[in-house]
Design a protein around this ligand. Structure first.
Ligand SMILES: Nc1ncnc2c1ncn2[C@@H]1O[C@H](COP(=O)(O)OP(=O)(O)O)[C@@H](O)[C@H]1O
Ligand SMILES: [Mg+2]
Length: 397
């Protein structure tokens, strides 16, 4: 289904006519970008004679790296040597004269053959497993904080990227089902989300789960939070249990970002986890939430050995000493993440600091978190299984 980008309506209709019902038209590059973001399987864009050359060249040059499978075909009224050279440099695959239908069709066909192979190669980068082999037995890490705004999403996105930089196959699951930020923080379009797992019911397998994944340029795969209101309620604890069981067969590390309450889905993730990373900030309220969280986890019977405590904005002087904080936590803080105005800036840009600035002091702290995740005591005695059946009793299961 090629997309024809051409500002003049009648020219656009004339160009798209050759593709019969398979083509789509857009008038400008902004709409084109939106359409492409929503459809990662689109393989061909045809720019009509009215599309501004400069904008087309920079569009093509950028896509060459971010979406190499996309084939760009340029239609021009006159074929000038200069334009051809510029087009070639920008990675435009074909330039054809306007009003030459056979030439356009041939160009699109050649383009499609190259693009579909490149797309298949891109998809082959998705981790394999399932029927082909026993699969992995990856580590599941849940980030949790009893108080919102502690930096769970910031840490989980940066941690995912940092682990991918270490050549690990990483999946980031956004369980903040109502207000998930992972999609925005990584600039991923939610064309697939966790809600697409609902129809799979009890039959979740690697093929199905693969169809939920959205890939980030860093190599991280994500299962995004739903976007439509009301979809969050469709996700059950059982679905999360099944999803994480399959994901751990496919990835080295599965990172779970959470909302700030012990919901049924969060409890399912805590149950499946090998590690609980607990976040707090240097304010009394965040520390109180940490204390309550620790008590709750104790009550639920999770062994303390699987917990790590991260103090975010650790350098902010808020009248609390290091020992005050360690006392509330009941143990020394494992990693201290500094405060930095570069963090909100990186979130607004949608590029994690661990990707854009690996040497940044925040990225270095994230590296320490990555060390913890991959650490030698990766799986404490008997995985992080609860001793009691407290939650089950409470939930009446
Ligand atoms: N170390 C930090 N320094 C400065 N700002 C931070 C830091 N960590 C988080 N923030 C900011 O705090 C806000 C909340 O972070 P977020 O990761 O969304 O928290 P959570 O997911 O726990 O609710 C974000 O706007 C982010 O920019
Ligand atoms: Mg969040």
């Amino acid at each position: 289904m090629p997309i024809v980008c051409e500002p003049d309506g009648s020219t656009a209709r004339r160009l798209v006519a050759g593709f019969r019902e398979h083509g789509r038209t857009v008038a400008d590059l902004k709409t084109l970008e939106q359409m492409l973001a929503a459809d990662p399987d689109e393989l061909i864009v045809v720019f009509g004679p009215g599309a501004p050359l400069e904008a087309v060249l920079s569009f093509a040059a950028a896509r060459r790296f971010t979406r190499p499978s996309l084939g760009v075909v340029l239609v021009r009224t006159a074929l000038e040597v200069n334009t051809l050279a510029q087009a070639m440099r920008a990675g435009i695959r074909e330039v054809v004269p306007d009003r030459d239908f056979p030439a356009l069709m041939e160009a699109c066909k050649r383009c499609w053959e190259v693009s579909s192979r490149l797309r298949a190669a891109e998809q082959a980068q998705l981790p394999e497993g399932g029927a082909a082999g026993p699969g992995k037995d990856g580590t599941v890490v849940v980030l949790f904080a009893g108080k919102g705004g502690c930096g769970k999403s910031m840490v989980s996105t940066n941690l995912a990227v940092a682990l991918a930089r270490r050549e690990r196959q990483v999946c980031l699951v956004d369980l903040d089902l109502a207000f998930g930020d992972v999609g925005i923080m990584l600039q991923l379009s939610p064309q697939r989300t966790i809600v697409d797992a609902v129809p799979m019911g009890q039959n979740m397998d690697q093929t199905g789960v693969r169809s939920l994944l959205v890939r980030h340029e860093s190599g991280v795969h994500a299962v995004l939070a739903p976007v439509a209101p009301g979809d969050a309620e469709k996700i059950t604890g059982r679905l999360v249990t099944d999803l994480l069981a399959v994901l751990r067969q496919m990835f080295d590390v599965v990172i779970v970002d959470t909302p700030s309450q012990f919901s049924e889905t969060v409890l399912a993730a805590l149950d499946a986890a090998d590690r609980h990373l607990l976040l707090a900030g240097p304010e009394v309220t965040a520390l109180k939430a940490l204390r309550v969280t620790l008590d709750m986890l104790d009550l639920l019977g999770y062994p303390a050995a699987g917990r790590k405590i991260l103090l975010n904005r650790a350098d902010v002087r808020a009248g609390l000493s290091r020992s005050d904080i360690d006392r509330v936590a009941g143990r020394p803080v494992n990693v201290r993440i500094p405060s930095s105005s570069d963090i909100p800036a990186s979130i607004n840009k949608g590029v994690p600091l661990a990707l854009s600035h690996p040497g940044h002091q925040v990225s270095r702290a994230i590296e320490e978190v990555a060390d913890l995740v991959l650490g030698e005591e990766r799986r404490p005695p008997g995985r992080l299984r609860r001793r009691g059946g407290l939650r089950r009793a409470k939930a009446g299961r």
